[in-house]
Design a protein around this ligand. Structure first.
Ligand code: 3AM
Length: 181
């Protein structure tokens, strides 16, 4: 199973982010835009693992979640990787003033290290919103976008299974762990 652990977004935030990107989507309709229902914050990609590892992952998620309390995040602008002029990935950044999301991802990484190794790449809080196979000037002359400004609450971790192969991946929620429970 192809697995990852993420923070889900409230449906109204997913829809608002998706709608805010309409002007950009109108300019570049042919790149792969992430459908609203797939928007999430990946905390840790686990990769292909046997179903026999699921209980261990859930145990780690619960151990971490118990040490935390719910906290707030908000959207903070649009960016692109590697750069706005020559982009393959477009993302919406997340305002995480206390660095809590980063610490949560690090806590999860520590908990998973013994069984699953460590994530080598630095954690950057974001929502991936579009992917392109070619590098394109996706953010050149960025049209005005009004991202949702209200904060939303991070109150659980979710283990997702990716089903690839369709026009967009399908993310199946396998388990959740509530922060502070
Ligand atoms: O939501 P984002 O885009 O941050 O890019 C994939 C996505 O992250 C990432 O896991 C999330 C759910 O699919 N992902 C896919 N393959 C990966 C890999 N080999 C990967 N992250 C790290 N290494």
């Amino acid at each position: 199973m192809r697995l990852f652990i993420a923070v889900e977004l409230p449906p109204e935030v997913r829809e608002a982010v998706h709608a805010a990107l309409d002007p950009l989507r109108d300019r570049f309709p042919r790149i792969r835009w992430v459908p609203a229902e797939n928007l999430h914050v990946t905390l840790r990609f686990l990769g292909e693992l046997g179903a026999d590892r699921q209980a261990e992952i859930e145990g780690s998620m619960l151990a971490v979640a118990r040490r935390w309390e719910p906290f707030e995040l908000s959207c903070s602008g649009v960016g692109a990787f590697p750069s706005g002029r020559s982009a393959k990935t477009v993302w919406v950044g997340l305002g995480d003033p206390g660095g809590l999301l980063k610490r949560l991802a690090a806590d999860l990484d520590d908990e998973l290290a013994a069984g699953f190794g460590r994530e080598e790449r630095a954690f950057k809080p974001h929502l991936t919103v579009a992917r392109s196979t070619q590098r394109l000037p996706l953010l050149d002359g960025l049209p005005p976008l009004s991202l949702p400004s209200e904060a939303f609450t991070v109150d659980r971790l979710t283990l997702f299974r990716s089903h690839l192969g369709g026009p967009a991946p399908e993310y199946e929620s396998l388990a959740t762990a509530r922060l502070g429970a």
